[in-house]
Design a protein around this ligand. Structure first.
Ligand code: GLY
Length: 464
């Protein structure tokens, strides 16, 4: 029996060596439960990436400016910000525990250098980095990024003119010379031309009036609706060729991009760390030690523009990028976190976290500005209303003075010096005078003129 079994075994081994399939009896195929390392019979749902004793060290930027994105709360040394909240939600969707410890990166005096933060992950100082970290070509060589959680791109921000807030916007379509010839607009044909030549001249004249009026309307419409630039910078190309100082965000990859990719000399690049510094540098302008424009990623610019009306984005983003979390090369966590980020995006939770941080006082549109209705308000026309009011008042007072003078002359002609007036009280006299004056005003001007054209009637005859 034993020999038979050994023979059968040898036969099977021979067949196996010849590459033939072995079929086991059905009973032999019955496998018992698997016991996993550690004695667990439940199928494990992931990897043990870290333990409570040895948690992951996750670096995050300790920002000074734009701290809404990620920073360290000094009083309790805990991480907070949009990216931190996002990470907390993402890790809940990873199917296993991730014991970790946050470690701030930065001295708290200025914004940290993001290239340096990524390098620390690659060097093993941090196991991962969480924050508003742009996925760039240089960084992707050092670490593994998760799927992006926020789309960004570099844009140019510069001062713009807010035309609708200027009360004198209506004078802008014409130059001074044009306004001197403005009266011609109202010299329409008061008299009918008799000759053919006269009609030809009149037609050309009316055409000129039509063109001038339409041009004024078109020009005013464009001034009121299209963003007006207050400098010669219209986009990144004109900014590069202008030779003027350019602002960039302290610690950002924008510096190396402007210097190495766009060949802007380092002496032209001014580091700016906060919203206040952005505003001050743009207001001062290149002549007063400021900058002509700032180049930064869209989320920061949107935040900046949500509180500003004198600055705007020129053109479209000239680079396309995104933010992701950085992990050490070949870390299995990067893949699982990516899946979790996608889940969070699909559930709409990602957008909610963004709103929580950046839409505190009402939400904004794609470019970070509160949607401004394309409406003109009273301030756009205050000068025009004031001019109308002033001229109307002046005309009214002139008319009143003239009418009073005419009335006095009219009364002095009708007055009978011998008529007794002493018995009538002065108040009755006054109200009578007002009544007569208003009646006098009501009379047609022509009638008054006619009356003055007639020779004066002596009061005695008038009475008769
Ligand atoms: N968001 C700044 C950087 O990634 O450099």
């Amino acid at each position: 029996m034993l020999i038979e079994t050994v023979e059968a075994l040898i036969m099977r081994l021979l067949m196996l060596s010849k590459g033939q399939l072995i079929s086991y009896p059905r009973e032999a195929q019955k496998l018992s439960n698997i016991t996993w390392p550690g004695g667990e019979v439940e199928k494990p749902r992931g990897w043990v990436i870290a333990t409570t004793e040895k948690p992951l060290i996750i670096g995050f930027p300790k920002r000074v400016g734009f701290s809404e994105f990620a920073t360290d709360l000094n009083y309790n040394h805990s991480a907070q910000g949009y990216c931190i909240d996002l990470f907390d939600e993402v890790r809940k969707l990873v199917p296993y525990e991730i014991p970790f410890r946050f470690e701030p990166f930065g001295d708290g005096l200025k914004n940290p250098n993001y290239d340096e933060l990524v390098r620390l992950v690659a060097d093993g100082v941090f196991d991962a980095a969480v924050g508003d970290i742009a996925i760039t070509t240089n960084r992707i060589k050092l670490v593994d990024f998760t799927q992006p959680f926020c789309a960004t791109g570099l844009v140019v921000v510069a001062p713009i003119v807010n035309s609708t807030s200027s009360g004198w916007v209506f004078v802008k379509p014409f130059t001074l010379e044009m306004w001197f010839s403005f009266s011609t607009l109202f010299k329409a044909n008061y008299e009918n031309p008799i000759s053919t030549l006269g009609r030809i001249v009149m037609v050309v004249w009316l055409f000129l009036l039509l063109v001038i009026t339409s041009s004024y309307t078109a020009s005013l419409s464009s001034i009121l609706t299209v963003q007006q630039l207050s400098t010669c910078i219209t986009g990144i190309d004109s900014l590069i060729s202008s030779g003027l100082p350019v602002g960039y965000q302290e610690g950002s990859f924008a510096y190396s991009y402007l210097k190495n990719n766009l060949n802007i000399h380092a002496s032209r690049l001014i580091s700016l760390g906060s919203l206040e510094e952005y505003e001050s540098a743009l207001r001062r302008g290149p002549k007063n030690g400021g900058v002509a424009a700032i180049v930064d990623e869209t989320p920061y610019v949107e935040l900046f523009l949500s509180t500003q009306t004198d600055f705007g984005i020129l053109g479209l983003p000239f680079t396309r990028s995104a933010w992701g979390f950085a992990f050490r090369k070949d870390s299995p966590l990067a893949g699982d976190m990516s899946t979790a980020i996608l889940k969070l995006t699909e559930s709409g939770q990602l957008q909610k976290i963004k709103k929580k941080w950046f839409c505190k006082s009402g939400c904004s549109d794609e470019r970070g500005r509160k949607p401004e209705p394309k409406q003109l308000n009273l301030s756009s026309f205050w000068a025009l209303y004031s001019l109308c009011g002033t001229f109307a008042l002046m005309a009214f007072f002139l008319f009143l003075i003239r009418a009073i003078r005419q009335y006095i002359r009219y009364k002095s002609r009708q007055m009978d010096p011998s008529s007794p007036t002493s018995s009538i009280s002065s108040s009755i006299l006054f109200s009578q005078a007002i009544h007569n004056f208003l009646k006098f005003i009501d009379e047609k001007e022509e009638a008054i003129k006619k009356m003055f054209a007639q020779p004066a009637i002596p009061p005695t005859q008038a009475r008769a």
